[in-house]
Design a protein around this ligand. Structure first.
Ligand code: IMP
Length: 178
């Protein structure tokens, strides 16, 4: 299957994404206002959600980027998490918001939670735009979830298939994956 020939159908519109981002941003503002906050963007998939979300959080924030890869270009998680970019500064005693694009098996989020917690933050708040509850392989507690979706492969708004489609402004379901 050529990555550029996928049959796509809008699954979550730009308008719905915007409302979810506003809701989570308001909740995080209420929770963390006045605290020393560092928002961690999990690369690559969460970069669009992250950039929209941090603009909706009304408190002082520093930004950090954590690169991980678990799919290696396919459509099912390998279960192995590889760090491709580490945080650039210590996060000790800071209130960390960890921003993911999607929680599928839960393996990546659990790996990230352990990696952050081992660095002794003051608190850790987990956020994901999407969660596939039926795909979970390990229990994974999340603080804020944009949308729970069924076990479909989706692209757009940061999410990719073989590196493509991240620039779609909405989330689309892929109809013709084997
Ligand atoms: P997990 O470790 O199985 O929870 O996978 C998490 C990672 O898999 C996410 O950060 C995404 O990069 C990727 N992923 C999971 N489901 C999808 C999907 O439907 N579309 C695109 N990427 C996905």
């Amino acid at each position: 299957m050529n990555a550029k020939n996928l049959d796509l159908q809008v699954y979550i519109s730009e308008e719905k994404i915007k409302k979810a981002v506003e809701r989570i941003g308001n909740d995080l503002t209420t929770k963390l206002k006045g605290k020393k906050v560092v928002a961690v963007c999990v690369l690559k998939g969460s970069f669009l959600f992250y950039s929209d979300l941090i603009r909706r959080i009304d408190t002082d924030i520093t930004c950090e980027f954590f690169g991980v890869s678990s799919y290696h270009g396919g459509t099912s998680s390998s279960g192995e998490v590889k760090v491709t970019l580490d945080l650039s500064s210590p996060i000790e005693n800071q209130h960390v918001i960890l921003v993911e694009d999607i929680v599928d098996t839960g393996l990546t989020m659990n790996y990230l939670k352990k990696a952050i917690e081992s660095r002794n933050p003051a608190s850790l708040t987990t956020v994901t735009l999407l969660e596939k509850p039926d795909a979970l392989k390990v229990p994974c507690k999340l603080d804020y979830v944009g949308f729970q979706i069924s076990n479909e492969f989706v692209v757009g708004y940061g999410l990719d298939y073989q590196g493509y489609y991240r620039n779609l402004p909405y989330i689309a379901q892929v109809l013709n994956l084997q």
